[in-house]
Write a protein that binds this ligand. Structure first.
Ligand SMILES: NC(=O)c1ccc[n+]([C@@H]2O[C@H](COP(=O)([O-])OP(=O)(O)OC[C@H]3O[C@@H](n4cnc5c(N)ncnc54)[C@H](O)[C@@H]3O)[C@@H](O)[C@H]2O)c1
Length: 361
């Protein structure tokens, strides 16, 4: 087994810088080459990490010393880049969301399958102590049968965010454009919580009803959304998200992600986890709210390291290839529901175009 997974980056913008830092810290990964539509950004990131800047995506994916391609570009380019990397025989680590909608997400995944390479998404919440402990508690039955899952996201993104993210590293308005971003706060931010909730509870969504709007953001995409989700087995969920709530989460926090069972509940907020179990469970005294002490962690580095080790060993990636697609179907159903005014069944979303995927070779 090789010592280190050799990564090529497509995109050297805001999040690529942070992922490159994680790669530098990970024992079994190394950044080899970077490409960006803005050559200055590619050179800058390559120089910081001792890698090489490439002039084109084709050149990057053709490199023999690249084992896997990490791609972090505007959403509308994700599927195209994933297909290019897969066709060149590279493993694909694609940022969320894996397309502007479930159809593109499906295409990204199918490309990897047809080319015999692995496909994964850095869903870093899976590497946070709070979500990991939540998963253990649910698996141990501390909450009993699950009845409600609540996702809350409350932020106040500054106007500058829409022209270059939080750092302004790559100046562009793609985040404001519906066709380029695919949507607003739900697809850009809540996709993490949607994935984590599914990973923790194991519950699959059955149908979604949503309402959304744009209230305080100079963008075509939504900055406020409210959705109701019905899960297989009967549990009910809500998603309430806003990216232009003045004051952000405020003194009481987001209100948290809440998982409620018939025997207890847990609340996650800002890296904290509180639990209540009527009968008690590991670390949870019976009948009393407990603030569970959690260790510090660097989820992005843990995610890169775990991924690199799995790919080097020839194992499937730890975040399974279809994880993003499941989240994207919920998101796609929510957007379609608002447009139709009706609840949308998950099985109706993202399948039609799949039939039309061109064979790759
Ligand atoms: N996992 C996370 O926690 C997380 C956090 C932030 C962003 N993201 C995701 O990462 C992706 C990138 O986000 P960002 O904030 O870094 O955006 P960004 O705009 O800062 O960076 C995107 C980069 O892509 C480059 N680019 C555009 N077209 C290109 C092309 N044809 N070929 C090569 N490069 C091209 C741009 O020049 C820019 O440098 C998005 O999908 C975003 O949702 C993930």
């Amino acid at each position: 087994m090789a010592d280190q997974l050799r990564l090529g980056f497509i995109g050297a913008g805001e999040i690529a810088v942070r992922t490159a830092e994680a790669v530098a810290k990970a024992e079994h990964a190394r950044l080899v080459a970077v490409v960006d539509a803005n050559p200055d950004l590619a050179r800058d990131l390559a120089e910081r990490q001792g890698a090489e800047a490439e002039e084109s995506v084709d050149d990057l994916v053709a490199r023999k010393d690249v084992d896997a391609v990490y791609c972090a570009v505007p959403h509308f380019l994700h599927s195209t880049m994933a297909q290019k990397a897969a066709r060149a025989g590279k493993h694909v680590l694609l940022e969320k969301p894996t397309g502007t909608g479930p159809e593109e997400a499906e295409r990204s995944l199918q490309a990897a399958r047809q080319c015999g390479v692995s496909f994964s998404v850095p869903f870093i919440y899976r590497y946070t102590p709070a979500w990991q402990r939540a998963r253990d508690l649910v698996a141990d039955g501390a909450l009993g049968r699950l009845q409600m899952l609540h996702i809350t996201y409350t932020a106040s993104k500054p106007a500058s965010y829409w022209q270059g993210g939080y750092t302004g590293r790559a100046r562009s308005d793609w985040r404001t454009r519906l066709l380029q971003a695919g949507g607003g706060v739900l697809i850009m931010n809540c996709i993490h919580e949607i994935d984590a909730m599914r990973w923790v509870t194991g519950l699959e969504a059955e149908r979604v009803y949503a309402e959304y709007g744009t209230f305080g953001t100079p963008a075509e995409v939504e900055d406020a959304i409210s959705a109701v989700v019905r899960y297989e087995g009967g549990a009910i969920g809500t998603i309430a998200a806003g990216s232009r709530h003045p004051g952000g989460a405020g003194p009481i926090g987001n209100g948290g992600q809440r998982i409620v069972g018939v025997g207890g509940q847990i609340v996650l907020d800002r890296g904290h986890l509180w639990g209540y179990s009527e009968e008690g469970a590991d670390g949870l005294p019976a009948g009393q709210w407990t603030d569970l002490a959690l260790p510090e962690a660097d989820p992005r580095t843990l995610c890169v390291e775990d991924y690199a080790q799995a790919i080097l060993a020839g194992d499937p990636p730890p975040v399974p290839e279809d994880a993003a697609l499941h989240a994207m179907r919920i998101i796609g159903a929510a957007y379609r529901s608002r447009d139709t005014g009706k609840a949308v069944r998950i099985e109706e979303v993202g399948r039609k175009v799949v039939m039309g995927v061109r064979p790759l070779n």
